[in-house]
Design a protein around this ligand. Structure first.
Ligand code: ADP
Length: 491
């Protein structure tokens, strides 16, 4: 709507077009006849704008200059509207201002659009200032004219320092040339811009960023602005790098593991093969020595008897070691199949003790067996558990000086049958306890050289107990003695 008006300065009566009168809710007939009071218009103005408008018009009357002012009015329907008034005074021939004329344009729609635009710009600015990324806008020629505050926070530089082309100062020296070239290429071709490059932080530390910019075009396809974002990818790059390094290390470790497994397998094969080859001649030597010692080849002098007895003992030890090696090779190859049956651990232990009684007697060791019930049944492969018990009781005896006590205890708990073998022997130092169950581990003690051994007995025993789903433990103190305990599943 556009309407014209005239104010008679003397009478303050207004002549206005019909549309203008309607806008202000005034009588159009009176308005067109020039009989409308100026108050009708003044009263329709928004109270907050009224003073400003009156001052503007008064100054225009005094200076004779045209005025332009926009203000709000309440229309006939009571709704707020925005208008733009333009006017000037008309001076009569005698030099006196008599009239004041002008036009008034309804700019409500335009104001609404402007407001919406400002609001959307405000929203965009808010978004740009709260997002973690650094964003910028640039003119078509590449001159950057907006940086969100994240840039200043990161670089420690002021907007003045980085605007236009000032941003090149925080790019890593090795990346600047490529960066400027790519940016200029995009500006020349209108193609999107993308680069990974390093930005110097306020403390001098460089961070990798991924930067992108997209052109905004007018209807004819000409680039009018650039919108860009830069994302800090330092952490991601580091993580990826670490992952790559880890993958490389894992690969090397896998290869090394495969080599070790292959080596271990060939070593196991060698041990198994060599032991088989050794056992036959060693057994033959045993037989012949026994025959000679038993007098098949005639009487022996006491010296011959002593020497051959030594040879016989060494041969016994050799056979024991070869047997241990074979047992271990078998268990390592996973070739053990348990033949489980209900077994009374009390009578099994008793058998083992009776078998070794001569040895205990010779060493003057008092070996006793204590058990809570008459029998304690466990589901085990009794052949193999017998060998485990033989080994444990043999160790208890051979690592205990003559005249000392050994106590075997058998009891039953919810967890299964418990067998403990307690000696008053040389004991084992705390730092050596976890080595005991490893292959070939012999721990030095005052008796170890004298009694000899392969360091395989406990390793094999643990494997067998594990296969049964049981456990083996040791408690020991140097010079006081040791207690080996095994737990085997109940029936
Ligand atoms: P070895 O054939 O050497 O006896 P074992 O595997 O049976 O092999 O035992 C490993 C090591 O554990 C032994 O060399 C010994 O030092 C220590 N050991 C085992 N049992 C006892 C024990 N009852 N008292 C002290 N030391 C023991």
């Amino acid at each position: 709507m556009i309407g014209a008006w005239t104010v008679d300065i003397k009478t303050n009566l207004v002549t206005a077009s019909e549309s203008l009168a309607r806008l202000f809710g005034a009588d159009p007939v009176k308005a067109m006849a020039g009989k409308l009071s100026l108050d009708v218009f003044v009263n329709a103005m928004h109270p907050d704008d009224r003073q400003r408008v009156i001052e503007c018009i008064s100054s225009s009357i005094q200076t004779g200059k045209q005025y332009d002012i926009d203000y709000r009015v309440f229309g006939a329907d009571g709704k707020e509207r925005s208008v733009l008034a333009r006017g000037r005074n008309e001076v009569s021939d005698d030099g006196v201002t008599k009239k004041f004329t002008g036009v008034l344009i309804d700019i409500t729609k335009r104001k609404k659009v402007e407001k919406a635009f400002l609001e959307s710009e405000e929203r965009l600015r808010f978004m740009a200032e709260t997002m973690p990324q650094k964003v910028f806008t640039a003119k078509a020629d590449g001159e950057v004219d907006y940086f969100n505050p994240q840039w200043m926070e990161f670089t420690g530089l002021s907007l003045e320092q980085i605007r236009d082309w000032g941003w090149t100062q925080f790019i890593h020296p090795d990346d600047v040339e490529k960066n400027v070239r790519l940016w200029k290429d995009s500006l020349a071709t209108g193609q999107p811009y993308q680069i990974e490059h390093r930005f110097r932080r306020y403390d001098g530390v460089y961070h990798w960023h991924l930067s992108r910019a997209q052109p905004m075009r007018d209807q004819d396809g000409n680039v009018i602005r650039w919108f860009g974002s830069c994302t800090d990818i330092e952490e991601i790059r580091n993580t990826v790098q670490r992952r790559d390094e880890l993958e490389a290390i894992t690969l090397v470790l896998k290869e090394q593991r495969a080599q070790l497994v292959a080596l271990n397998e060939s070593k196991d094969e060698f041990i198994s093969l060599a032991s088989h080859q050794l056992r036959t001649p060693a057994s033959a030597v045993k037989q012949f020595l026994s025959m000679v010692l038993e007098g098949y080849a005639g009487d022996l002098t006491p010296e011959q008897q002593a020497l051959l007895t030594h040879a016989h003992e060494s041969n016994q030890r050799q056979i024991a070691i070869v047997n241990d090696l074979l047992k271990v090779a078998q268990v390592d190859a996973g070739k053990i199949y348990l033949n489980r049956q209900p077994t009374d651990m009390v009578s099994l232990m008793n058998d083992v003790m009776v078998e070794q009684a001569a040895k205990f007697k010779q060493r003057q060791q008092d070996v006793s067996l204590i058990h809570k019930s008459k029998s304690h049944i466990s589901m085990v492969d009794n052949e193999r558990i017998r060998m485990v018990l033989e080994n444990l009781i043999d160790n208890a005896s051979k690592y205990t000086k003559t005249g000392r006590k050994i106590v075997v205890n058998i009891s039953q708990t919810k967890a299964g049958v418990l067998i403990s073998i307690q000696d008053e022997g040389v004991g084992i130092a705390q730092q050596d306890l976890d080595k005991l169950f490893r292959k070939f581990s012999r721990v030095d003690n005052p008796l170890s050289v004298k009694v000899g051994g392969s360091g395989l007995g406990l390793y094999w025993a643990k494997k067998i107990i594990d296969l049964h789903g049981g456990s083996i433990d040791v408690k020991s103190e140097s010079n006081k003695g040791s207690t080996f305990s095994i737990r085997l599943p109940a029936r």
